[in-house]
Design a binder for this molecule. Structure first.
Ligand code: FES
Length: 113
């Protein structure tokens, strides 16, 4: 049976072949992860945080160099981390969506007054 990766906060799960990158798995799960370099470890936009990373490949030298101390805080590059066994990652909210959500919340708050 192929390993399953779970994406938070949407709680979407998908089974992939071992060795599939988290980024490719996210496409299969229809979870949007931002990217500009198409998986070449140069844009650093595909950062995810690891909730349960026991089933992910270890970070390579390139990923370690790019992320530095962020790796110790649980960040990985979705285009570099590979799914080997079951694992869970959290996809950060898109900054544009976060700004819109904050603006809408502020408007709702103002309408109450
Ligand atoms: S997709 Fe650009 S660094 Fe991962």
């Amino acid at each position: 049976m192929n390993p399953e990766i779970r994406f938070l906060p949407d709680d979407k799960k998908v089974q992939v072949k071992p060795g599939t990158t988290v980024l490719d798995a996210s496409k299969k799960a229809r979870v949007h992860i931002r990217t500009r370099c198409d998986g070449n470890a140069s844009c650093l936009m595909c950062k995810v945080t690891v909730e349960d990373g026991a089933g992910l490949s270890g970070p390579g030298e390139n990923e370690r160099r790019k992320l530095g101390e962020m790796i110790e805080r649980g960040f990985r590059l979705a285009c570099q981390a590979k799914v080997l066994r079951g694992c869970t990652v959290r996809v950060p909210e898109d900054p544009l969506k976060a700004a819109i959500r904050a603006q809408l919340a502020k408007q709702r708050e103002e309408e109450q007054w």
